[in-house]
Design a protein around this ligand. Structure first.
Ligand SMILES: Nc1ncnc2c1ncn2[C@@H]1O[C@H](COP(=O)(O)OP(=O)(O)OP(=O)(O)O)[C@@H](O)[C@H]1O
Length: 249
């Protein structure tokens, strides 16, 4: 068994510091995300929420401290099929525009083994997972459309579907409801409820929780790159764990 297996939690950051343009935007963050947590990362604009989740994923380097994914530093971590990341917006490449289905299908890539040929049964499983993900976000009818022609809220749903298609253990979602209408927010909350009930781990950056609030088991609030408050609630069985949830101000 390696350090990446067993009891290591999905994420563990100790004394995490990130500097941007010579300025500290994350200052000594300690955060452990346990399997099954549905963690909300809240705080005002510029508090460092996106930077924190990118640092957890190894997408921005730490200037000091340490962070691990399932017990491995991000550079050594190899289990990327276990992680689904929903970034704030769809990165727009300069090449041929991708269809919704192509982008959602790319969520399956990390599941492929380089050492094994792709079998007919793999392709069928991929198609079924992509179909389910499109259905979950209500984009089945837009599968053949160019993603760059969709509204911002629809593009957000494409990114959520890409993560769902990978069937990961952990979802990291950076403001998945920004610019998304109320109906789609409720649909996302229903999807998250299913993931939480299936024991998936969710890290959710949000300004407001809206219909997702009852699903949240822990909240951390960031200000000026520091965790200033941490509250716990047990959303799964209604017993209050480490106190009541405070509302972000
Ligand atoms: N690439 C970058 N270069 C320089 N500064 C950056 C960069 N990315 C973020 N920052 C700065 O780091 C700080 C934290 O930004 P971050 O995006 O993590 O905050 P946030 O809490 O996610 O904000 P928002 O809610 O507006 O998305 C901000 O002051 C921001 O200007």
């Amino acid at each position: 068994m390696t350090a990446g297996d067993g009891a290591a939690p999905p994420f563990r950051m100790t004394g995490g510091v990130v500097r941007r343009d010579g300025r500290e935007v994350l200052s000594g963050v300690d955060l452990r995300v346990a399997a099954g947590d549905v963690l909300a990362v809240m705080g005002p604009n510029g508090a460092g929420k996106s930077t924190l989740v990118k640092a957890l994923l190894g997408l921005v380097p730490l200037a000091a401290g340490r962070t691990e994914i399932y017990g491995e530093p991000p550079a050594r971590f190899r289990g990327w099929q276990r992680i689904g990341y929903v970034p704030q917006r769809l990165p727009m490449g300069g090449g041929v525009p991708s269809t919704v289905r192509e982008i959602v299908s790319s969520g399956r890539v990390a599941r492929r083994s380089r050492w094994r040929p792709v079998l007919f049964t793999d392709r069928a499983a991929d198609r079924a997972a992509v179909d389910r993900a499109l259905e979950a976000v209500g984009l089945t009818g837009r599968a053949r459309d160019s993603a760059h022609l969709l509204s911002g809220g629809q593009q957000q749903r494409v990114l959520i579907a890409r993560a769902l298609a990978g069937e990961p253990d952990v979802f990291v979602m950076d403001e998945p409801t920004a610019g998304v209408d109320a109906g789609s927010q409720a649909a996302l909350a229903a999807t998250l409820r299913g993931l939480a009930e299936a024991g998936r781990t969710v890290v959710l950056v949000a300004h407001e929780l809206g219909p997702m609030e009852p699903l949240i088991t822990r909240t951390v609030e960031l200000e000026y790159g520091r965790i200033v408050r941490e509250t716990a609630s047990d959303a799964s069985n209604d017993t209050v764990g480490g106190g009541t949830r405070g509302s972000a101000t």
